[in-house]
Design a protein around this ligand. Structure first.
Ligand code: TYC
Length: 105
């Protein structure tokens, strides 16, 4: 069994410079405040699209309401993109101006 500092070992303490293994880039998905989307709609979005429990969803919604924007979660590009598309789809359908965006973590 090679020691965990040898190349090819199973140790998890090597840097990606040593292993050449790159982690996928991660993106923060943000929700933005507006004056028209009902609070309950935002809580439902956070529970159904971002899988938050009711307490966490309420906390994030109030943070967005008070600060202007708030973090929903951190995902790979494709997952972030599809969650944002789903938020916009549901908001558009309900005719609310709710918007989400992403930025690299
Ligand atoms: N500001 C909205 C209201 O007072 C609630 C709200 C919260 C809207 C979060 C958007 O992302 C949002 N009804």
């Amino acid at each position: 069994m090679p020691s965990k500092h040898e190349p090819g070992s199973l140790g998890q303490d090597q840097t990606h410079e040593e292993t050449g293994v790159e982690l996928p880039r991660q993106y923060r998905v943000l929700l933005h405040n507006d004056d028209y989307t009902p609070m309950e709609f935002v809580v439902d979005i956070l529970m159904n699209i971002f899988f938050k429990d009711e307490i966490a969803a309420m906390r994030i919604m109030l943070n967005v309401h008070n600060e202007g924007h708030g973090l929903c979660g951190v995902y790979t590009f494709e997952v972030a993109e599809s969650k944002i598309a789903r938020v916009h789809e549901l908001a558009d359908q309900a005719e609310y101006p709710l918007r989400a965006s992403m930025e690299e973590d």
